[in-house]
Design a protein around this ligand. Structure first.
Ligand SMILES: *[C@@H]1O[C@H](CO)[C@@H](O)[C@H](O)[C@H]1NC(C)=O
Ligand SMILES: *[C@@H]1O[C@H](CO)[C@@H](O)[C@H](O)[C@H]1NC(C)=O
Ligand SMILES: *[C@@H]1O[C@H](CO)[C@@H](O)[C@H](O)[C@H]1NC(C)=O
Ligand SMILES: *[C@@H]1O[C@H](CO)[C@@H](O)[C@H](O)[C@H]1NC(C)=O
Length: 371
């Protein structure tokens, strides 16, 4: 991965490259969201741009009962199994939409080609393989937007590459301010990726010579985060898409992104600095509160909304430019999952669980479809 840094201006772009995904976890998220979407289409008819019925998925509590119907299955309870026969590749490294730094096969990762031999097996039900043709039929005349950081971009790429394999006739464009987007012309299905790291708008902040509340506390440099203003990249996505998938997470706890000393996050509400300044953790809660309200207010009735939880970072033992590596060749065993994520052990990916806890709290009683 390139290590050229032309400082502040390209910072956002460069940093987006630093947090690729651990592929296995992203696949779980991918399959579970699309499986849920498939079950929506099977059980409810959704006109593309009128009033969708509100759809609630049964809450899963981790206690799956054997023989449960797919609708009540906890898809997150399961294992990766090796299944070289069952795993036919949905796409490969030649799909142009895959970002160069995340292309395991082209990047010569030793097990790049072996990854597709693993399949997620829920403990108490079956997860049928993703069927791109059926998906295109089911989501005719629909627009699907992914709004978030690189985790969501990878999910968007995975969906695009899977569909492109069976339907070549695509128009590339940038609907509603999207970073990237495509319409599958034969089906009039549009999918788009709206890049945003924090959901809220943010940018460089430096002390004003005339002083101010933050200046008087000694702040010189930082990032201004407006907790009540959505980043412009997705503002217009809300009325454009029929289905929205949001995420945010790793950027909130990563000192390499917002150095707590040299360039802290400084939160603003109604254009005024929050005084006394609050931690990123408290800032995340403020942003989620405002953004969830904003989304509820702006989307058309019937828009299907997911907030996906956090999957692990790509690197262990440091960030990508600090000796970090992605040495794993096999999916994690259950006990390794604990080492990597546990709050008690301060695991490498401890922020994934922290972020998820904040998300669950913010989404309780919200309009989001639960899964
Ligand atoms: C991967 O290996 C091939 C063949 O050895 C080589 O030509 C290519 O430059 C390598 N790619 C990277 C990104 O290292
Ligand atoms: C294509 O799909 C969009 C929804 O994404 C819809 O608004 C539009 O009317 C559709 N176009 C046609 C020609 O059906
Ligand atoms: C909802 O959105 C409208 C504009 O679409 C705005 O005028 C109104 O203030 C918003 N309400 C809330 C509670 O955000
Ligand atoms: C957890 O680990 C990080 C980095 O490895 C370190 O900076 C932090 O102080 C640790 N926190 C605790 C509570 O041990």
């Amino acid at each position: 991965m390139a290590v050229n840094q032309s400082q502040s201006q390209s910072l956002q772009q460069n940093q987006a490259k630093k947090i690729p995904l651990f592929p296995f976890a992203s696949i779980i998220c991918f399959v579970s969201i699309f499986l849920l979407l498939s079950s929506i289409r099977n059980t409810t008819s959704i006109p593309s741009h009128s009033h969708h019925p509100s759809i609630q998925f049964p809450k899963t509590n981790g206690l799956s009962n054997p023989g449960a119907s797919p609708e009540s299955c906890d898809y997150s309870d399961g294992n990766w199994i090796r299944d070289p026969v069952g795993a036919s590749p949905r796409y490969d490294h030649t799909c142009k939409e895959i970002f160069k730094g995340w292309n395991c096969i082209s990047g010569n990762k030793s097990n790049g080609r072996d990854l597709i031999n693993w399949r997620w097996k829920p403990a108490h039900c079956e997860l049928p393989p993703f069927d791109p043709t059926a998906f295109l039929h089911a989501y005719r005349d629909t627009a699907i937007g992914f709004v978030g950081d690189s985790l969501n971009r990878n999910m968007f790429v995975s969906l695009f590459c899977s569909l492109k394999r069976v339907s070549n006739d695509v128009k590339k464009w940038r609907p509603a301010g999207a970073d990237r987007g495509f319409t599958f012309l034969r089906y009039n299905l549009t999918i788009a990726y709206h890049r945003t790291n924090l959901l809220a708008r943010y940018g460089r902040w430096s002390a004003n010579a005339n002083g101010g509340a933050l200046e008087s506390l000694g702040y010189k440099e930082g990032y201004r985060v407006d907790v009540d203003i959505p980043e412009g990249t997705w503002e217009n996505a809300l009325t454009f898409h029929d289905i929205l998938i949001f995420n945010t997470g790793h950027w909130w706890w990563a000192p390499s992104k917002f150095d707590p000393v040299k360039s802290p996050m400084l939160f603003f509400e109604r254009a005024q600095p929050v005084i006394p300044p609050v931690s990123p953790e408290a800032g995340l809660d403020m942003v989620l509160k405002h953004m969830v309200k904003y989304i509820e207010n702006r989307t058309r009735p019937g828009t299907i909304k997911f907030f996906r939880t956090q999957s692990p970072r790509h690197f262990e033992g440091g960030d990508w430019d600090q000796g970090g590596a992605c040495p794993r060749l096999k999916p994690l065993l259950p006990e390794q999952v604990e080492t990597l994520f546990s709050l008690n052990n301060n695991g490498t990916n401890v922020e994934a669980r922290l972020v998820n806890q904040h998300l669950f709290k913010a989404l309780e009683r919200s309009c989001f479809n639960s899964s």
